[in-house]
Design a binder for this molecule. Structure first.
Ligand SMILES: *Cc1c(COP(=O)(O)O)cnc(C)c1O
Length: 225
């Protein structure tokens, strides 16, 4: 299925008017689809497989801001450390330490979001508030990472009230995060929350960055990859 240009343009202008950053989630999609979105002015793209991201980065324009939105294993940080724009799913101190180490090797600071566990399902990754505070205490010792905000994923459910409650819970944790001293976080902060099925609800609940894939690129066919 080709990129839906009309849908892309209307989502882009909707998000623009609300000052919400769009991360176009291009995982499993060919480079041509990214090029089509790029031609519309889109520069932020999200991927969640390290190898796929590294391959696409090598052949696509270098002003693309690549977001890593998947579950990142510590031993793979080195492959994306030279170029990644923002790592969304940091869910352990160990991973953050490895990002700091690889960032230092590349002589840069890597921007990260801490992933908070908001879904009631067991399967979703993320930190609880206690783990979040444990990471907060470590940040002064990790000068090559910059924590820019939080990321979360709601339960996979049609129950809007449940999704809304989870988003509002994350917004509350984000409000507390915004009280952290600016010496250990970025000045402008990001709340990455909302995907194709729930992005409008997420924005209503305070999100300022949404990760949208299938609405832009069509449904994914994992079998073909
Ligand atoms: C795939 C993915 C998305 C995009 O999902 P859609 O429902 O296709 O918009 C967003 N966030 C993460 C973490 C993903 O893995």
């Amino acid at each position: 299925m080709p990129v839906n240009i009309a849908a892309c343009q209307s989502i882009l202008s909707e998000l623009n008017s609300k000052n919400v950053t769009l991360v176009a989630v291009s995982k499993t999609k060919p480079a041509e689809d990214i090029t089509a979105m790029y031609a519309l002015g889109q520069r932020d793209f999200g991927e969640n497989y390290v190898q796929e991201l590294a391959e696409k980065q090598a052949i696509l324009p270098h002003d693309i801001r690549w977001h890593f939105i998947g579950h990142l294993q510590s031993n793979k940080v080195k492959y994306i450390a030279p170029f990644v724009h923002l790592i969304h799913g940091v869910d352990s101190a160990k991973l953050l330490q490895e990002i700091n180490k690889q960032a230092l090797k590349n002589n840069r600071v890597i921007d990260c979001l801490l992933q908070v566990h908001i879904a009631q399902e067991e399967t979703k990754f993320g930190l609880n508030e206690m783990e979040l505070n444990a990471i907060k205490a470590q940040l002064p010792g990790l000068p090559n990472v910059r924590v820019c905000g939080l990321m979360g994923m709601a339960s996979l459910t049609d129950n809007r009230e449940k999704i809304k409650a989870e988003f509002l819970a994350l917004k509350k944790i984000f409000d507390a995060f915004n009280q952290w001293p600016v010496t250990i976080r970025s000045a402008n902060t990001i709340l990455s929350m909302g995907m194709s099925g729930d992005y409008q609800l997420a924005i209503a609940c305070g999100s300022n960055m949404v990760r949208i894939g299938s609405l832009l690129f069509g449904t994914r066919n994992y079998g073909a990859v």
